[in-house]
Design a protein around this ligand. Structure first.
Ligand code: PLP
Length: 347
């Protein structure tokens, strides 16, 4: 969350508006109101982000950034990153992409016009649910000197040279003005600095990123096919699902697979059946994390997304009966057997 909030604090610097979607991670969505409201920054929510034109309709004179996620949680939707980046750049503002669910193994958002990429390394990047960490990555392709972002080049700062000359962030960090300013301002005054041991765990996790993500994505696709074949299942959300409207975007952005998060609903969508199903699984763990080595199951509306106001849950297409799976590294046949016995338990 520090990676998300520091990036947005840095780009807004106490003024203007954030343009985002209701599909954002629950904590990020809440921060628009709870943190940014207090700093005087406002936000706009694109109601149907599947059509990139809807972003452009909401870009205002003082909009400072478009903020999206490359694969959303829990419904695994995909946005047209390149089209949204083009709109941002046409209006002289950067695109920040939260690439947590995809991980750099499945997608490099810089290839499609993103200016800043943020990660919760707590998830797939580290991959074992053993650390809370984040990352901010910049390209330095964006022109911060276009007049909308004086925090980078306009204001001389206390980073004076040895000759006593005040220098801007651009002067001091010509290659990394965005993250340079975050290190000097937000990390310095707000904390959120990672410990050496946690850094070690993140770096260790990254060493196996390709092996873990390729396996979990393949398993997720098999589980999508399995769920689509079950008569108890009303719907399945994942770009690999037969009727998914994200298949074309997935082919463009995610040739290696569209992530290991998926959601589904039971036809018997009463609370008692839902709880019985969640309690019946034995291999899946009931945990709010994602991107773990262990496969996880949860009901987002009563847990991860409980803080979202009902209208935001509706916009994010999160229903009381939504079940989210995060697929880990177990043998996929064990996962399918586990879900099979849970279906039988609620029959
Ligand atoms: C979990 C998550 C976050 C916040 O990360 P923490 O490591 O829990 O602070 C931000 N964005 C996305 C997409 C996430 O899944």
């Amino acid at each position: 969350m520090a990676a998300v909030t520091y990036s947005l604090l840095n780009v807004t610097a106490g003024k203007g508006r954030i343009l985002a979607t209701a599909r954002s991670y629950g904590g990020s969505f809440d921060s628009f109101e709870q943190i940014f409201g207090e700093t005087g920054v406002k936000y706009d929510i694109v109601e149907n982000p599947d059509d990139p034109a809807n972003f452009e309709k909401l870009v205002k004179e003082d909009t400072k950034v478009i903020y999206i996620e490359s694969i959303t949680n829990p419904n695994a939707t995909i946005l047209d990153i390149q089209a949204i980046a083009d709109i941002a750049h046409k209006h002289g503002i950067p695109l920040i992409v939260d690439n947590t669910v995809a991980t750099p193994y499945l997608l490099n958002p810089f290839d499609f016009g993103a200016d800043i990429v943020v990660y919760s390394a707590t998830k797939g990047l580290t991959g074992h649910g053993n650390v809370i960490a984040g990352a901010i990555v910049e390209t330095n392709r964006f022109n911060w000197k276009n007049g909308k972002f004086p925090q980078f080049d306009g204001q001389p700062h206390f980073l004076v040279s040895q000759q006593g000359v005040p220098r801007s962030f651009y002067d001091v960090f010509p290659d990394t003005p965005f993250t340079g300013r975050i290190r000097a301002i937000h990390l310095n005054y707000l904390g959120g600095a990672i410990s050496p041991f946690n850094s070690y765990l993140v770096l260790l996790g990254i060493e196996t990123l390709s092996e873990r993500i390729s396996k979990s994505v393949k398993s997720a696709e098999k589980i999508v096919e399995f769920l689509e074949g079950r008569e108890e299942v009303a719907w399945v959300n994942h770009a690999h699902a037969k009727n998914s409207k994200y298949r074309a975007l997935a082919a463009k952005y995610f040739p290696k697979g569209a992530g290991a998060i998926l959601s589904f609903g039971l036809k018997a969508n009463d609370r008692a059946t839902l709880i019985k199903f969640l309690e019946a699984v034995k291999v899946f763990s009931f945990q709010a994390n994602i991107g773990d080595a262990k496969s996880l199951i949860i009901n987002p509306s009563t847990t991860t997304h409980i803080e979202l106001p009902p209208e935001a849950q509706k916009l994010a297409d999160i229903h009381t009966d939504t079940i989210r799976l995060s697929i880990g590294l177990e043998d996929v046949n064990d996962l399918i057997a586990d879900l099979t016995q849970a279906f039988e338990a609620v029959r």
